[in-house]
Design a protein around this ligand. Structure first.
Ligand SMILES: Nc1ncnc2c1ncn2[C@@H]1O[C@H](COP(=O)(O)OP(=O)(O)OP(=O)(O)O)[C@@H](O)[C@H]1O
Length: 676
């Protein structure tokens, strides 16, 4: 592109605005750096807090050289907003007079940039998109939305952004959020939203941008209550971890469900049958019963001695107090804390009847009396959540006592440990056990609720896991993202209504995303052959990529050699390469790559220009994407799972990771559902 120097040339003027905005941002940063806090802070605590806030602000105002300050411009019709012009970017920048040079993409005035169309111009005369090459503003593209003479056409810049080869971690999509995505991003904080969408429809991207939006629109409230993004595993979290910081949001926590319930060290695994029962919502009732079974009715009267006097509360009255606490909708631990005061109150009533005038201090003293403490210990003992679950899984009679009528004899047998554990420390806890312990922990004392939780790849959670997530946003809201067709756990949810019920958000609205931004048409059509066999009723994704992409399916004799060859061939292209294989095949392929001197990364490790090949076990492929994918032996991917449906879904996930091209290599016959 030739250099533009003519001051009347539109590109030159836009570049001048970019330079001026940069200078303004620098000035904003310098202003903050120059702040002298000595005058306004009376003590060092305030000073430290303020300094930390200033540090944050300075960080937030950094000019990231590779992320353009603005990517769009909106000119209102002269009749609207006084014909104002707004530059839309990742953050707000103002000049010395406080007038905006760039407005934050999340501000209400930016919304038409994403939503306005020729059909509904929203008083916009001009929408301009900017193209950048290496931080330089090099192109622009105009739409005159209110001009009936101008025909609607697809934006080249938008298309180029969608088709761009992928390297490195996930990037933000602020410049190209689509209208149907924007509606999800900007929907209110009050309600929970569930998004069903096929592979590559932008669910993860939308979820992350939604957090950024909510933090902008409800900054103070969410700063107080907190936000959390939940993903399926570490590799996935690594892959997405830079999106929010790039949008200026540094405070959002990220975790897996396992991280949330890490009350014990998980060293064991369950077979599918046991895991399904442990993850079933009926377990919540079994646990509730088991916890409440610790409460016993007082058999004897309570005798409290104070000075020369003895006060007696009969057993039936103590029982009434205990029953009343059991009937109340409060946690086991809260009721246990309340019990001594209730009992003390009964003693106080007697003192009053005897003509004394005891005050609150007397009641507190009675509540701390040894006899009262002993009573509480006997009738309402403390419950250790891990010990309780340990007993339930080790002691057949205890499990039967609380599981009968809820779990069948076979189900009880499935979850009982064959070798009962001796102690919480030595037990071989599984991931599902940790969730049970979390449920009990919450029965004992209420879990802290955050303001907003984004739950990605939600289809894979068990009902008990949904409950664990749900209690972390019980007074807040959630964004639930997933694809029923990509459910690869034996307990994967069959319907969003079920999932949302277990999450405790039955009134959530379910939206659908149907446009695919990742997988080329030919490849998605191939993968979609599996849909009727594993998730009948779900429509295939409609790819919006223009380049048809390449799909090659080849039977070979020497599989390892062919795979290495295909990786080398893919490396001749620009972008990242993912070699996806059944988990059991990974060691052999690792050796084959190593013996050819081909270095490779593990999933989630950052691809760089020098190191672009990742060896991906099929179990970790979910949510990730690579420019070119080489898929090893589809039949092995299917066979690696406990049942065929799960196997086909795992294969569907593996087939839908490619952005530009997919090479499928097999020495065994292809699964019949894939063969055309
Ligand atoms: N509006 C958009 N503009 C440009 N790129 C987009 C847009 N929406 C999504 N993408 C890109 O499409 C790819 C797929 O998005 P994402 O990973 O969020 O999809 P997903 O629905 O979560 O997929 P999966 O179901 O496979 O996990 C990403 O590279 C993302 O940046």
């Amino acid at each position: 592109m030739p250099a533009h120097t003519d001051p009347l040339d539109p590109l030159a003027r836009e570049r001048a605005h970019l330079a001026a905005s940069r200078a303004a941002l620098r000035a904003m940063r310098e202003d903050v750096q120059a702040l002298d806090i000595r005058d306004v802070t009376a003590n060092w605590v305030n000073a430290a807090v303020l300094e930390a806030q200033i540090e944050e602000r300075i960080k937030a105002l950094a000019d990231l050289s590779h992320t353009p300050l603005f990517f769009g411009r909106l000119d209102h019709l002269p009749t609207a907003q006084e014909g104002q012009r707004f530059y839309i970017g990742r953050r707000h920048v103002h000049d010395g007079d406080g007038d905006p040079m760039v407005v934050d993409w999340r501000a209400p005035v930016s919304q038409p940039f994403y939503r306005a169309s020729k059909k509904d111009p929203q008083d916009i005369a001009l929408r301009r998109r900017f193209g950048y090459t290496g931080g330089e503003l090099t192109a622009y593209e105009d739409e005159h939305l209110s001009d009936p003479a101008e025909a609607e056409r697809t934006s080249r810049l938008l298309q180029a952004e969608i088709e761009r080869p992928r390297v490195g971690p996930m990037r933000d999509i602020v410049a190209t959020i689509q209208p149907e995505q924007d509606e999800i991003v900007r929907s209110g904080l009050g309600g929970t939203l569930c998004v069903q969408g096929g592979p590559g429809t932008g669910k993860t991207a939308v979820g992350l941008h939604r957090v950024a939006y909510l933090l902008y629109a409800h900054r103070e409230r969410l700063a107080r209550t907190g936000t959390l993004v939940i993903g399926p595993n570490r590799s996935f979290l690594h892959y997405i971890e830079q999106v929010l910081p790039a949008l200026g949001e540094l405070e959002v926590k990220q975790a897996t469900v396992d991280d949330l319930v890490a009350h014990v060290e998980v060293r064991g695994t369950d077979d599918a049958a046991a895991a399904v029962v442990k993850g079933d919502a009926r377990m919540a009732e079994v646990l509730r019963r088991a916890v409440r079974s610790h409460v016993t009715m007082p058999a004897e009267a309570l005798m409290v001695v104070r000075g020369s006097r003895r006060w007696r509360v009969p057993a039936y009255e103590l029982e009434e107090i205990v029953r009343e606490l059991l009937d109340r909708d409060i946690r086991y631990g809260a009721a246990r804390d309340a019990l001594p005061q209730r009992v003390a109150h009964a003693v106080l009533v007697r003192m009053e009847q005897a003509g004394e005038a005891p005050d609150d201090r007397v009641q507190d003293a009675v509540a701390r009396n040894a006899a009262v403490k002993a009573l509480v210990k006997a009738v309402w003992p403390a419950v250790d959540p891990a010990k309780l679950v340990l007993r339930l899984l080790s002691d057949a009679d205890f499990l039967a006592a609380h599981g009968d009528g809820l779990l069948t004899a076979d189900e009880q047998k499935a979850i009982l440990w064959t070798k009962p554990a001796r102690s919480v420390r030595s037990a071989l806890w599984s991931a599902a056990d940790a969730v049970l312990i979390d449920e009990v922990t919450d029965l004992v004392s209420r879990t802290h609720s955050l303001g907003h939780v984004v739950l990605d790849e939600a289809q894979d959670l068990s009902p008990m896991q949904y409950r664990a997530v749900g209690r972390r946003c019980s007074t807040g809201s959630a964004t639930v993202l997933g694809d029923l067709a990509q459910g690869t756990t034996p307990w994967a949810t069959a319907s969003w209504a079920d999932a949302l019920r277990h999450l405790g958000k039955p009134a959530a609205v379910v939206e659908e995303l149907t446009a695919g931004f990742r997988v080329p048409r030919e490849v998605i059509a191939y993968a979609s052959r599996l849909l009727p066999h594993m998730s009948p009723g779900l429509a295939p994704v409609r790819s919006v990529r223009e380049s048809p992409g390449s799909l090659e399916v080849r039977a070979v004799e020497d599989l390892d050699a062919a795979v290495v060859q295909a990786c080398l061939a893919s490396l001749a292209h620009e972008g990242s390469i993912g070699l996806i294989a059944a988990d059991a095949r990974v060691p052999a392929l690792a050796e084959a790559l190593a013996s050819r001197g081909l270095p490779y990364l593990a999933p989630g490790e950052e691809t760089t220009a020098a190191s672009r090949l990742t060896l991906v076990p099929a179990s970790l492929a979910k949510g990730l994407e690579y420019d070119y994918v080489v898929l090893d032996e589809p039949a092995a991917v299917v066979d690696g799972e406990p049942d065929e449906r799960t196997g086909l879904r795992r294969l569907y996930v593996a087939l839908t990771r490619a952005v530009s091209g997919l090479t499928v290599l097999h020495s065994a016959p292809l699964p019949s559902q894939l063969a055309g």
